[in-house]
Design a protein around this ligand. Structure first.
Ligand code: GDP
Length: 300
């Protein structure tokens, strides 16, 4: 779903989440394992204040497991526990409950010492659109909860969903906005399918994604598309366009006259990437983002 964010939306979304913070023990921040920072809200620390927080790296079935490990270490360095999950195929409820209990152990132990039986842990799931919030809520609930829609500012009566006996989730997730003023973030969100193509051209998105994929996953590309050469110097756009053309030719994405239809080729690549057909592919890793931060490219 395409959504338009305006400063008013952001303020309202932020206020709605902050209102709910009073009701919960724990915030569950849902990120896309393939692009954990690009799928992250830029103001998340401010929004969640000091609420205990569990980070979930969702869609880890599509992400490169080695890079996911690097991300878990990255978050650990920042004092955040991150847990890779696959909300669509797996059922991560038990692991989430265990991690939540660990995070709140001081509070739970203090209650036990005072002879108070700890009540169910209350949690709120927050994340940008399409990161898998509803999928996770339904999975944890064990049934389909009515879709609430990705519309910032829309609320309905709040309900607690029981997850076993030890946890309760707010049925409406907190919807956050990504850092879309950074073009690279927009490209990565588009490449994973989190934002729709109408905003950006498929050629641009495929080119951007391929610069990373060719370098990291050259062998998968050769195997998948039956191509002989994958450029390593992906700073050179021409070489990457050449690669996209090679793939297009293999897939029969041709215009009349036999030239490669670059748009069609790009759409094919993006479709296969999103479906996991290129293997388990991540689109950002901690080392790369550190380098980008140093570059400090002006935001556009
Ligand atoms: P929301 O906007 O955050 O509520 O996201 P949804 O729950 O609607 O999920 C967006 C899309 O991602 C849907 O097509 C889901 O089927 C898919 N999805 C959610 N979780 C996973 C996952 O762990 N793995 C994969 N492969 N797809 C997922």
């Amino acid at each position: 779903m395409t959504i338009q964010w305006f400063p008013g939306h952001m303020t309202r979304a932020r206020r709605q989440i902050q209102d709910k913070l009073k009701l919960i023990d724990l915030a569950i921040e849902l990120l896309d394992a393939r692009i954990p920072l690009s799928s992250r809200n830029p103001m998340i620390d401010e929004i969640l204040m000091n609420k205990p927080r569990l980070v979930l790296l969702n869609k880890s079935d599509l992400a490169d497991p080695e890079i996911t490990r690097q991300w878990v270490a990255y978050f650990a360095e920042q004092g955040l526990k991150a847990l890779p999950i696959d909300a669509a195929q797996g059922n991560p409820s038990k692991e989430i409950l265990n991690r939540s209990r660990e995070l709140l152990s001081d509070k739970i132990e203090a209650q036990l010492r005072k002879g108070i039986k700890p009540r169910a842990i209350r949690a709120l799931i927050v994340g940008i659109p399409n990161v898998g919030k509803s999928t996770l809520i339904n999975k944890m609930a064990g049934r389909k909860i009515a879709a609430t829609g990705d519309r910032p500012g829309v609320t309905k009566g709040q309900q607690w969903i029981k997850v076993g006996t030890e946890m309760e989730l707010l049925d409406t997730p907190g919807i956050l906005w990504p850092k879309f003023e950074d073009q690279r973030v927009g490209m990565r969100l588009a490449a994973t399918g989190a934002i729709k193509e109408e905003i950006l051209h498929p050629e641009e998105i495929a080119l951007f994604a391929m610069r990373y994929i060719a370098k990291k996953y050259g062998d998968s590309l050769k195997e998948r598309f039956g191509i002989a050469e994958v450029p390593q110097d992906t700073e050179d756009n021409e070489k990457v366009v050449q690669l996209i053309e090679d793939i297009g030719r293999k897939r029969g994405a041709l215009m009349s006259g036999g030239r490669v239809d670059l748009e069609k080729a790009s759409l094919t690549i993006l479709r296969e990437l999103r479906a996991g057909k290129l293997g388990r592919v991540s689109l950002e890793d901690p080392a790369m983002l550190a380098a980008e931060a140093e570059e400090a490219v002006p935001q556009g």
